[in-house]
Design a protein around this ligand. Sequence first.
Ligand code: ZN
Length: 106
Amino acid sequence: MSCKPKILVEAENFSIAQCANCRRIGFHFKNILVGFEADAFLDFIKSYSKVDFDKNCTMLVGQEQIILKTCHTDIQFAFNRAEFDFVNQRLQQAKVILEANRILEL
Ligand SMILES: [Zn+2]
């Protein structure tokens, strides 16, 4: 079956979509698109929400940025504070939708 992405959350330069067939998630921010299995994505949201930007940021290309691991060992996100907050809000929206969808599927 081919993938049928359905948008869960959309904003400027940003989308989170889930395939109606294989349930994989596509996380699209600016010019990056990273794929996650649904469970790995929920784990990512959970760990993301626990990150303290101020305690963990590092200077990178002249500004404070946070380095975040993904389920792909060689792919990490580097976000400045505004990007980190923006993505955090969108991830929380996606979480609510994913959890609601999961309940509907039961
Ligand atoms: Zn698919």
